[in-house]
Design a protein around this ligand. Structure first.
Ligand SMILES: [Zn+2]
Length: 427
């Protein structure tokens, strides 16, 4: 491929520079040979986004997404790496399932990092083949979709994962308090939906996090808390960090932007787990992401088949798509509100998730000579009305459909290769 010269681009720091790309890396612009020139005046280059929380749905007998469509959506959203959650069919709970996923992802449009299940079949009863998966390079383990409810199983998982320096990522939900029908956030009035309790009682989140930070301190293993959603959960994480607990936390774009009042419509686009929360929660989440109590944005991109969403609210599957709009939502909620600067945004969406996921040797790197050219080029002035049917994800369960949001991503490069907007280079 031709050398590329990106002229007069802004970095997150505000510094304006020229970026030269030869093959997979940034090089001194003086060494470029007949480069393709991109005039990037007014544009910004950010390190490629890294998502610790993606549901790519493949393998599965009837997938709602493929690795190809999911990673195309990722590239369109500015992502160069996604961690593929283990709740596929079969579950990623063995070394062979990890190898199979890597084979399926060989032609992906972003780096796909397998997440290993904490427990066999996500059943919560027996810790999975942690060591065998670790031998295959897996460092990040999660039963996401389910909480590891048994504290002794969680402790064993932390001990075994910690032995290799890995991370346990918990979907924090006490299923005895917020059970199988839990889908409506506290404080939202809806007609009776089912015989069982449909309220997702908010204490089910913070109570598990409080337990798990104790287990993390006891074992010394890195605990990552997925999709934190309540102000009380933020308080627990803040306390844990003050104590020096090895804990990190994540928030989704949808919990930053969307409020629980949307659930009152019983439109299943707004059914997600944990549910959308109230104004005070959203405010607390934004402040916590700004001050670093929450370390990263994770999308929880969760495409579903229409047939799984076109159901009564309690029976519809929880989850929303997110990869293509994540950066726009973070800009809208954090930059456009003055809560965060671009350097911090790059940390929360790229440098820190790469470090937590232990891929910071190849992702979330500075945009500097001799580094891999893995970045996204964005236009801060672009906005668009979200249209679910123009998306690259196959999922149409889109909570942003119809909203006016920043639409910043012009092009994404993964190790020098354009994975989105490659039309820029057609002659
Ligand atoms: Zn989850």
């Amino acid at each position: 491929m031709s050398d590329i010269l990106i002229k007069d681009v802004s970095l997150a720091s505000g510094v304006r520079t020229d970026l030269g790309i030869h093959a997979t890396r940034f090089v001194d612009t003086a060494s470029l040979v007949q480069p393709v020139v991109i005039n990037a005046s007014g544009l910004m280059a950010l390190p490629g986004l890294v998502d610790l929380h993606t549901h790519l749905r493949e393998p599965s007998p009837q997938p709602a997404e493929t690795i190809s469509s999911g990673t195309l959506a990722a590239a369109k959203g500015g992502f160069t790496a996604v961690f593929a959650m283990a709740n596929t069919d079969p579950v990623t709970d063995t070394a062979s399932a990890v190898r199979n996923l890597r084979t399926l992802a060989a032609d992906a449009h972003a780096e796909v990092i397998p997440v290993g299940a904490i427990t066999r079949g996500l059943q919560g009863r027996e810790v999975s083949e942690i060591e065998a998966m670790n031998d295959e390079g897996v460092n990040f383990f999660s039963d996401d979709g389910f909480c590891v409810m048994d504290a002794s199983i969680m402790r064993e998982a932390l001990l075994r994962v910690g032995y290799s320096g890995g991370v346990v990522a918990q979907h924090s939900q006490d299923h005895n308090i917020a059970g199988p029908c839990a889908c409506v956030p506290d404080g939202v009035e809806v007609p009776p939906l089912a015989e069982e309790d449909t309220t997702w009682h908010r204490v089910a989140e913070a109570s598990i996090i409080a337990r798990d930070v104790q287990l993390a301190m006891d074992t010394g293993t890195h605990l990552h808390i997925c999709h934190i959603s309540t102000a009380e959960a933020v308080d627990v994480v803040r306390w844990a960090k003050e104590k020096g607990a090895p804990v990190t936390a994540e928030v989704t774009p949808h919990h930053l932007l969307l409020g629980s009042e949307l659930v009152g419509s019983l439109d299943t686009r707004f059914k997600v787990n944990p549910p959308l929360r109230n104004d005070e929660d959203r405010h607390a989440l934004r402040l916590a992401l700004a001050d670093g109590t929450i370390d990263v944005v994770g999308t929880d991109h969760a495409p579903h088949l229409p047939s799984d969403k076109e159901k009564p609210f309690p029976q519809a599957k929880p989850g929303m798509v997110g990869l293509e709009w994540a950066l726009g939502v973070v800009i809208e909620t954090m930059i456009n509100t003055g809560l965060m600067d671009w350097v911090t945004l790059a940390k929360r969406t790229s440098h820190t998730p790469a470090r937590i996921g232990k891929i910071s040797y190849c992702q979330g790197r500075p945009l500097a000579i001799s580094e891999r050219a893995t970045f996204t080029l964005i236009d801060l002035t672009r906005r668009a009305i979200v249209d679910k049917d123009l998306a690259l994800t196959q999922g149409r369960n889109n909570p942003y459909h119809g909203l006016d949001l920043p639409d910043p991503v012009l092009a994404t490069f993964w190790e020098g290769r354009p994975t989105y907007a490659s039309f820029l280079f057609e002659s």
